[in-house]
Design a binder for this molecule. Structure first.
Ligand SMILES: [Zn+2]
Length: 191
């Protein structure tokens, strides 16, 4: 069979996802974010789905590993590469047909990584006002960047409120006025 050579493939590679798929995978990503929150990590969870199969799954591991680059997406990318190795599939073929579901807009670093790995489509929850790489701070996703992978399509806003609530809960914990510090202060008063 002959395949016509398209000059410039549309961002997203013509990928589309159904509401059912989105609901199912975002629920799992939310669970990953919850797990991050329980482990005192910034609550972001993500899933990489290829051919209706989860090939990578991650949540933030920055505090645990003391490695500022261990964002959910980077963890999932490593897992997906392992999956390719184990199943004898070419990473470029798999990544080029993988949808990434993540609870928060990918940051600038992750957006660049997703471009380099040539992921066509990203479905995400809330905006990332501080570091967002899909339009909030910079638009790495669709920018015209020569020799920097391929632009990807984004579908934002799915369960955004829940994702924001989790982030707020996390930053409250980090706040010096949070219960933990109060306990410490009380201890100081006692002594
Ligand atoms: Zn990131």
């Amino acid at each position: 069979m002959e395949v016509k050579q398209e000059s410039t493939p549309a961002p997203g590679g013509g990928f589309s996802v159904s509401v059912e798929e989105t609901e199912k995978w975002m629920e799992e990503a939310m669970q990953m974010a919850k797990e991050a929150l329980e482990n005192i990590e910034v609550p972001v969870g993500c899933l990489m789905v290829y051919n209706n199969e989860v090939v990578g799954k991650g949540r933030n591991e920055v505090n645990q590993t003391k490695n500022a680059t261990r964002h959910a997406e980077m963890v999932a990318i490593d897992q997906a590469l392992d999956w390719c190795r184990r199943s004898g599939k070419s990473p470029s073929e798999v990544f080029g047909r993988t949808v990434l579901y993540v609870t928060v807009e990918p940051c600038i670093m992750c957006a660049a990584a997703l471009r380099l790995m040539k992921i066509p489509l990203v479905v995400y929850g809330c905006q990332n006002e501080r570091f967002g790489g899909c339009g909030s701070v910079l638009d790495i996703a669709s920018a015209d960047l020569p020799n920097t992978g391929t632009p990807f399509q984004c579908i934002p806003g799915y369960r955004a409120e829940e994702a924001v609530e989790m982030l707020k809960t996390f930053y409250k914990q980090e706040n010096p006025n949070a219960p933990k510090s109060k306990v410490r202060k009380k201890e100081c008063l006692k002594s």
